[in-house]
Design a protein around this ligand. Structure first.
Ligand SMILES: [Zn+2]
Ligand SMILES: [Zn+2]
Length: 497
């Protein structure tokens, strides 16, 4: 039973006749029907569940897995977006694109995101005008703002997803929070807000992939557009793979990637049988029989499967014990099962201090540095990325002091000292282009006056009796000579900006 009084467009038409499918959607969400109001939409989900404990339990279980899925989706999207901001000049290119071109990519985003699954497709009713082509394409800012609303502060998997705000839904949620609603209403609202955010994440993700993929110069297209993976960004996968590797180790990440692929194939076939332990999540490839938890099946007809007794035991204490054989409460379902404890690297850069707001390019840089504590800087001296590593412990410690201050506070003086040093160190190296490095740093720190600031640092270096760059001004002359010999840098080199 549903309270929605109109026929929604059909999911299978999204890819078949996109324009028509989309305008049908826009007619519905652009109308002023009372049934589009949050209270009515919540009832349309909650009412059919009233007095149906088994249905309610299945819905809550599904909600829990959608929450976990959304956490991963957002971490992945954040990594992808950071890459596009840092390497593809996304912001400028998107703003400068003609509305028609933006519209073309947004439609690709919409049809692909809505084709993933029926629940995501129908979640378009919860988005209203937010997801209409005319609204999204006219001003480039709209999509970028939406992207910022779904991006996480860092590219790591969070405990709870970040829900996209919306005036009508937020007002409704606030009113409901005061009114002691029952579990089915609480669930209905939470699942609507989760699905809404999930749909928005996928639309943005596909839109950006399409935009960046189509616009890439010929050389790069060959490199990034891997065949058979039209929807998967090569750039983003590189980063999310690095995150997986740092958490699971190389072998673990490889195994997980394989399982993700198997899981995806399973989903395509419309049937998933995977181990319920969040530290495993192995997909049944048919070679073994997964056993289900008897108590859950008998009491609740809930199918909780495990690949092995080990996984069943591992899942018991931290998670399953509290829900085994009894109905899931809304509170329990609101917490995605914790990821199994894994060695998480200690970040080497601290969080931003005070009101300092980092640019996406800087967050991207920091993500890499935090994943690889041996790196000093990721430098894009042209098409390729190269890393700066300082083997000299004194120089490294000085460099990292300025880097920390620059990255946590945006202090201009620290940025200039560090930037001058990076440019000066890489000047003799044919792999780097000075102009490209300066552009990169300008963008990371949103510092347009950087060339002049670096020039001042060069003058300070020229005045130093030993010609030490300001970053190494406190190094003893003897150590300074040793440093230059060890690093094979020319002490006489002068930066011309
Ligand atoms: Zn397992
Ligand atoms: Zn059980």
């Amino acid at each position: 039973m549903t309270l929605i009084p109109v026929m929604l467009p059909r999911i299978q038409d999204a890819l078949k006749q996109p324009e028509r499918w989309n305008s049908d959607w826009e007619n519905i969400t652009g109308s002023t029907g009372r049934w589009l109001e949050p209270s009515v939409l919540v009832d349309s989900v909650a009412v059919p569940l009233a007095g149906q404990p088994l249905k309610m339990d299945a819905s809550l279980l599904e909600h829990q897995s959608i929450l976990r899925d959304l956490c991963q989706t957002q971490a992945h999207l954040t990594a992808v977006a950071l890459t596009y901001f840092a390497r593809e000049n996304l912001e400028d290119r998107w703003m400068k694109a003609a509305p028609d071109l933006r519209g073309k990519h947004i439609l690709i985003g919409l049809i692909n995101a809505c084709s993933i699954a029926k629940n995501l497709h129908d979640a378009r009713v919860y988005c209203g005008r937010e997801l209409t082509l005319s609204h999204l394409r006219s001003d480039g800012r709209t999509v970028l703002d939406l992207l910022k609303a779904v991006m996480l502060p860092e590219a790591a998997i969070p405990k709870q997803p970040k829900l996209v705000p919306h005036p009508a839904w937020d007002a409704f949620a606030a009113a409901q929070a005061r009114g002691f609603p029952n579990d089915s209403k609480k669930y209905a609202l939470a699942s609507i807000l989760t699905l809404r955010t999930k749909l928005l994440c996928h639309v943005i993700h596909f839109t950006l992939n399409s935009f960046v993929g189509v616009e890439l110069p010929t050389v790069s297209v060959g490199k990034y557009n891997k065949k058979n993976n039209p929807g998967e960004p090569f750039l983003g996968r590189e980063v999310s793979q690095a995150i997986a590797e740092s958490m699971l180790g190389a072998a673990g990440a490889k195994a997980q990637a394989k399982e993700d692929k198997a899981a995806w194939k399973e989903r395509q076939r419309g049937r998933t049988e995977h181990c319920s332990y969040s530290g495993c999540l192995k997909v049944n490839d048919g070679s073994a029989k997964f056993r289900r938890c008897t108590k859950c099946w008998e009491n609740m007809q809930r199918e909780i499967l495990y690949c092995s007794t080990e996984c069943q035991k591992a899942d018991w204490k931290p998670h399953h014990r509290s829900i085994c054989g009894k109905p899931l409460t809304f509170e329990a379902a609101s917490k995605p099962p914790p990821l199994a404890p894994r060695a998480v690297p200690v970040p080497q850069i601290g969080p931003a201090i005070g009101t300092y707001e980092r640019s996406p390019s800087l967050v991207y840089q920091i993500t890499w540095l935090n994943l690889n504590s041996n790196l000093d800087y990721v430098v894009r001296g042209g098409a390729e990325e190269t890393t700066l590593d300082l083997p000299d412990p004194e120089a490294q410690s000085l460099f990292r002091q300025y880097r920390e201050k620059a990255m946590t506070t945006g202090d201009k003086q620290s940025i200039a000292i560090m930037a001058h040093f990076i440019c000066w160190m890489t000047l003799d190296n044919p792999r780097f282009q000075l102009a490209a490095i300066v552009e990169q740093l300008k963008k990371e720190y949103v510092f347009d006056e950087l060339p002049r600031a670096i020039h001042e640092m060069q003058q300070r270096q020229n005045k130093d009796p030993f010609r030490r760059p300001p970053l190494l001004a406190q190094m003893s002359p003897q150590n300074w000579v040793n440093f230059c010999t060890g690093m094979n840098v020319n002490r006489q080199v002068v930066l011309e900006l």
